[in-house]
Design a protein around this ligand. Sequence first.
Ligand code: SF4
Ligand code: SF4
Length: 118
Amino acid sequence: MKPYHLDAEILRQLEDRFREKICAVCIDRKTDGTCDHDKQGTCTLMQKIPEAVEAISLVDSPYMEPYIASLRKRVCQNCLLRGVNGDCGPRDTDRCMLDSYLPLVVEVIEDHFGGHGH
Ligand code: SF4
Ligand code: SF4
């Protein structure tokens, strides 16, 4: 399977869709609708969209496990928040939004690109 094509415009569209679908339910968003992580560039979801798109585009499965495995291999391996032995503090405390909301992330990305074969 080929990775989905991503450019600046598609990236902006995906950010908008994540804001609609994920930020709207995210526990880290403030009651006024703003988000400090977003402003400070510390949201692991918003910061890793290109890597997430690549990891997800290489999987086509009705199950989440292959998506999780692809994420660990293609995103977590290069993530500076990961510990030396492969553990991850943010993940263990539900502070990696990419990991916490992965089913929704997969849904948004696959829906946006129209599934596989594109
Ligand atoms: S932490 Fe990330 S996913 Fe959550 S509201 Fe902020 S920008 Fe959205
Ligand atoms: S789960 Fe941890 S290592 Fe993986 S992307 Fe999130 S913060 Fe980085």
